[in-house]
Ligand binder design. Structure first.
Ligand code: CAA
Length: 248
């Protein structure tokens, strides 16, 4: 590992609640942060807000569910900044609803954005990491991939799939200095969770032994840990961070 340069971290879905906290934390840790986004208008507002707070992120648009679009984005990042050392597969959406009523469109959208994206992004960076004998891949899954959730057959399937991917890739690249890990957050105070109707959300919070939603910075702290060079013997792991909501 060359410690004379800034390490480059690509965070997908950077403009969301978790993505924002992860970008800030990695930047504070000294990484050169590359922020991926999909929605141009939202990204411009986010960039202005981040700069007002003193953060500068290089921003790249790509729909992570599109293999070729991701390939083009990675090529541009490599040409203008450098090869990626840390990949945080964070982008994700929900399209909740009982399975018996779930449309194919809502199934496909969630599987493509939450799971295909992990293949698309990782596949475009893994060989460069292997050549350089260094890499950190961090997959942001969910408690609902570990335990299931009424109304989330699509989301739970994608999130459980992420950790299956983590376990196998961890084995395949372990000898190349690359670690691959999953983080499974519980209910965190993001727009995604706040979109759950209040009555249902209150019942969910009542099931959390800590009695509150998690903070985005609490997840970012764990990402920061796994992104560090010192965590070189941790791979294939799934870190639950859910306030005790799901213990197993
Ligand atoms: N267990 C058992 N039954 C349940 C239930 C549950 N948890 N939730 C709802 N039901 C039942 C109701 O009692 C009702 O039954 P009856 O018809 O017999 O009265 C029925 O389901 C209601 O079904 P509807 O389809 O009419 O309800 P809906 O469309 O209004 O809402 C839902 C269904 C969208 C799944 C809604 O319950 C919901 O939003 N649930 C929360 C889902 C959730 O936790 N999403 C997490 C989003 S955040 C995230 O994903 C981040 C992360 O990683 C944690």
């Amino acid at each position: 590992m060359d410690t004379s340069r800034k390490y480059i971290a690509l965070v997908t879905g950077a403009t969301g609640g978790l993505g924002t906290a992860i970008c800030k934390r990695l930047s504070e840790d000294g990484f050169h942060v590359v922020a991926n986004y999909n929605n141009e208008a939202k990204a411009q507002i986010w960039k202005t807000k981040m700069e007002a707070e003193g953060y500068h992120f290089d921003m790249y648009q790509a729909d992570v569910s599109d293999f070729d679009a991701v390939g083009n984005m990675i090529e541009k990042v490599e040409a203008s900044i450098g090869q990626i050392d840390v990949l945080v597969n964070n982008a994700g959406i929900t399209k909740d609803g009982q399975f018996r009523k779930m449309t194919k469109e809502n199934w496909d959208a969630v599987i493509k954005t939450n799971l295909y994206s992990v293949f698309n992004c990782t596949r475009h960076v893994i060989n460069q990491m292997m050549e350089r004998n260094y890499g950190r891949i961090i997959n942001i899954s969910s408690v609902n991939g570990q335990r299931g959730q009424f109304g989330q057959a699509n989301y739970s399937a994608a999130k459980a799939g992420m950790h299956g991917f983590t376990k196998t890739l961890a084995m395949e690249v372990a000898r190349k200095g690359i670690t691959v890990n999953t983080i499974s957050p519980g209910y965190i105070a993001t727009d995604m969770v706040m979109a759950v109707p209040q009555e249902i959300r209150d019942k969910i919070v009542a099931e959390i032994p800590m009695g509150r939603l998690g903070g985005t910075e609490e997840i970012a702290h764990l990402v920061s840990f796994l992104a560090s060079k010192e965590t070189s013997f941790i791979t294939g792991a799934n870190y639950a961070i859910n306030g005790g909501q799901h213990v197993y």
